[in-house]
Design a protein around this ligand. Structure first.
Ligand SMILES: [Zn+2]
Length: 314
């Protein structure tokens, strides 16, 4: 029988787990998580804990200072197990799965799940635009899950496929997908032209070829991009030469299958974080040269500078 991946030392021993996080976050030695000091530091009696030698700081820190794991009661080797599950499952992972698989309480699993999703979220600022000269970027929208207050979402100027007014009782999602490359997804309060145009204009390189369906949401994009080509879904046209939105539809189908199979409840205010989790995995998929281990280390790297303060809802 094959050995369980969890027999690796960093999944079993909290000290080995800490060492792995240290080599990932601190390839050149300890860095103060409060002020960034690299030279002046003192070892304390507690393993893994340093005292900053910068006179303006003098604070104690460990490798998890300023990471999503900071001040967590869950042992670091269990964190790494959860991160591995998150990074290697194709269709997502849930707090219930973590609870059952790792033998931790549901409450602990819920915290782990949300913090790992946060670690998977790419910063919203300073992301380079998708696409580029000669590259195709597909933009498409979909609707998933009920909204809390449909009246807030019902508005003129919301359209679905075929140009009809959007379903005001569903959460709107827009995804931008580079053909053969990365995805970037957004949960939007409603799919109207102003919101969608801004997302498309801000996140796609204007030298790109933009492919969409014939939805009115993308009217006006012609002026912004090298080319804007559309397929007419309402006339049962799904591809014309290389013009299609199949990559975006493929992404939505992974997302929806994952959400249906794995996530029983997803509060609307957390939907962006679930999307970030699916984006993270899609952007590091096997076809782009990633393996489970590299993906897990990318989660550890993404855990820096992200702390969540919200509490379990029930
Ligand atoms: Zn410091």
């Amino acid at each position: 029988m094959a050995k369980s991946v969890f027999s690796a030392p960093h999944f079993q021993d909290p000290k080995k787990a800490r060492a792995l996080i240290e080599t990932t976050r601190w390839p050149n030695g300890p860095v103060c998580g409060h002020c960034g000091e690299t030279e002046r530091k003192y070892a304390t009696k507690k393993p893994g804990r340093w005292r900053c030698g910068n006179p303006a700081c003098r604070k104690d820190y460990t490798v998890t200072t300023g990471m999503v794991m900071e001040s967590s009661h869950i042992k670091l080797n269990v964190w790494l197990q959860a991160i591995h599950l998150a990074a290697s499952s194709k269709k997502g992972f849930s707090a219930h799965q973590l609870h059952r698989t790792l033998g931790i309480t549901y409450k602990s699993a819920w915290f782990l799940h949300h913090r790992i999703m946060e670690a998977m979220r790419e910063g919203n600022l300073d992301l380079p635009p998708l696409g580029g000269s000669g590259q195709v970027v597909e933009a498409d929208e979909t609707y998933f899950g009920p909204v809390k207050d449909p009246r807030k979402h019902a508005a003129r100027g919301s359209y679905t496929k075929g140009g009809r007014t959007g379903p005001s009782n569903k959460r709107a999602i827009i995804s931008l997908v580079e053909r053969g490359g990365k995805v970037r997804s957004f949960h939007i309060p409603r799919a109207d032209k102003v919101t969608v145009s801004r997302i498309v204009a801000d996140n796609i390189s204007h030298e790109s070829r933009l492919h969409t369906d014939e939805s009115k949401l993308y009217f006006g994009a012609d002026a912004l991009f090298a080319e804007h080509e559309t397929v007419n879904h309402s006339r049962k046209e799904y591809a014309r030469d290389d013009v299609h939105v199949n990559s975006a539809e493929g992404y939505f189908s992974i997302f929806k299958r994952g959400m249906r199979g794995v996530y029983q409840h997803c509060d609307e205010k957390h939907l962006h974080r679930y999307l970030a989790e699916f984006d993270f995995r899609y952007n590091r998929r096997t076809a782009l040269g990633w393996d489970d281990e590299q993906r897990a280390l990318a989660v550890v790297e993404g855990a820096v500078g992200k702390r969540l303060t919200y509490k379990l809802p029930h």
